[in-house]
Design a protein around this ligand. Structure first.
Ligand code: AKB
Length: 313
């Protein structure tokens, strides 16, 4: 498949690993990484890199023309916890960047767009378990409001202008190569680092808070699989529910203890508890599995082993 891809927000948690994978799939020179700040040495040297503000449509267009870009992956966003502190900035970043890229597709400068949504589109009135694709959606966070609005903008551009935009409602994504920043599910990444570095972790969520989660490798594979699916198979043009695992802080701590028996966890819930309490615990992703054959590979046990083995190196 010959594509030239521009990744906006390539230095972030998902952007970093997605860019590396896209480079192995499509060729290093066919994947242009970009961010508002410089990336790590590997990203800057393994292929083209440009400094781009994702809200600056004119610069994005210049880069699209410079490299003959066919696809844009827009990963720049402000996550749930930070967005509660800077609501206006979060809305501006999350919405302006999306509308700019959708316009470039509408104007036929690019052929395909990927934009991530999140489980944050759901709210306290949503059924918590086996949350279906279509259900009550009344988000109570700024981030969730921006993601739900974004989903409907994607659907609108698809219906009205034939824009080929695809999206996934990511659960909490767990990685060891790049840390997330400003999210509510970040504890499930921090806990591994702290377990190895300090032998203990103070969790900002309570022990019984169950949330939907996924290992980074699964998230990256799902994203590329959705983008490679035949257009007629992509039946959901808001964003797909996507699930892999779900666990509580207590359960992840028990799993870590199997490798590090002295590890200790304590709990001090803060403002992020209310955000977590408003989200589902277990997602039903029937449509993604049916429409484009989604299957996850990692469970809590295999993910923990993989992360701790790599972090110990
Ligand atoms: C967050 O916690 O804000 C994100 C998300 C679930 O979208 N990881």
């Amino acid at each position: 498949m010959s594509e030239t891809i521009l990744v906006l927000g390539a230095s972030g948690q998902i952007g970093n690993e997605l860019t590396q994978k896209l480079r192995t799939v499509y060729g290093n020179n066919n994947v242009i990484a970009s961010d508002i700040r410089e990336g790590n040495a590997d990203m800057m040297t393994s292929g083209p890199f440009e400094i781009i503000d994702a809200t600056d449509k004119e610069t994005i267009l210049k880069m699209v023309k410079k490299y003959d870009v066919t696809q844009v992956y827009l990963l720049a966003a402000m996550l749930s916890a930070t967005a509660e502190k800077f609501p206006q900035k979060a809305w501006d970043l999350n919405m302006t960047s999306l509308l700019g890229v959708l316009d470039l597709a509408k104007e036929k400068h690019i052929k395909q767009v990927y934009w991530p949504s999140s489980i944050a589109v759901f709210g306290p009135t949503t059924p918590k378990e086996n949350t279906p694709q279509k259900t009550i959606m009344e988000p109570s966070t700024v981030y969730g409001i921006s993601k739900l609005s974004g989903e409907f903008w994607c659907n609108y551009y698809h219906e009205k202008f034939g824009v080929d935009v695809r999206s996934i409602r990511y659960p909490g994504i767990i990685s060891w190569k790049t840390k997330p920043g400003g999210g509510t599910t970040d504890y499930a990444v921090d806990i591994y680092f702290k377990a190895l570095e300090e032998g203990n972790y103070e969790c900002f969520l309570s022990e019984k808070t169950r949330l939907p989660m996924m290992f980074m490798d699964d998230a990256v594979n799902a994203t590329i699989q959705l983008m490679q699916a035949k257009p007629e198979d992509v039946k959901v043009r808001t964003a797909y529910n996507l699930a892999a695992i779900d666990f509580t802080p207590e359960e992840i701590a028990l799993e870590i203890k199997k490798h590090l028996p002295d590890f200790k966890i304590s709990y001090k819930p803060d403002f992020r508890q209310e955000i977590a309490d408003s989200w589902p615990s277990i997602i039903d992703d029937f449509e993604a599995r049916k429409d484009w054959n989604w299957q996850h590979k990692f469970n809590l046990e295999t993910m923990t082993k993989e992360i701790l083995t790599n972090l110990k190196k």
